[in-house]
Design a binder for this molecule. Structure first.
Ligand SMILES: [Zn+2]
Length: 107
C-alpha cells in the first residue's frame, strides 16, 4: 500500500516539475521517475498513476451483536483495528477512515 507521506512526496515533486520544467526529459520519463514506477514504459506509468489515484478501502466489520460489544464500534476488515467503548456505551461520530491503516471505509 502506498502511504500518505509517499503520496505527498510525489505530489511535491510533480508540482516542482510543473513550476521548473522537465529537465530535458520527456513527460513519460519524468512521470516514471517521480512516481517511482516499476518501469519507464507508458504501461508502467499508467499502472502507477492508477495505484496512486485509487486509494485503498476497507469495510467496517464490527459486530454489535457480539457479547460486550458497544454501539457504533469499528473494526477494520483489512488490518483488524478495533475502536470500541470498553464500558459498552455508544460511540458517536462517523468512521470515514480506519484510524490505524488509513483506508477509506466503504459500505
Ligand atoms: Zn485498517
Amino acid at each position: 500500500m502506498i502511504s500518505g507521506s509517499e503520496c505527498r512526496e510525489i505530489a511535491k515533486k510533480l508540482r516542482y516539475a510543473a513550476n521548473y520544467g522537465l529537465g530535458g526529459l520527456s513527460l513519460q520519463r519524468n512521470l516514471a521517475e517521480i512516481t517511482k514506477a516499476e518501469g519507464v514504459s507508458w504501461r508502467w506509468v499508467m499502472r502507477r498513476l492508477a495505484d496512486l489515484i485509487d486509494r485503498p478501502t476497507c469495510r467496517n466489520v464490527y459486530d454489535e451483536t457480539e457479547m460486550g460489544a458497544c454501539e457504533n464500534g469499528f473494526e477494520c476488515s483489512e488490518c483488524g483495528n478495533r475502536v470500541e467503548d470498553l464500558e459498552h456505551c455508544c460511540i458517536t461520530g462517523t468512521f470515514n477512515y480506519c484510524p490505524k491503516c488509513g483506508r477509506e471505509v466503504v459500505s
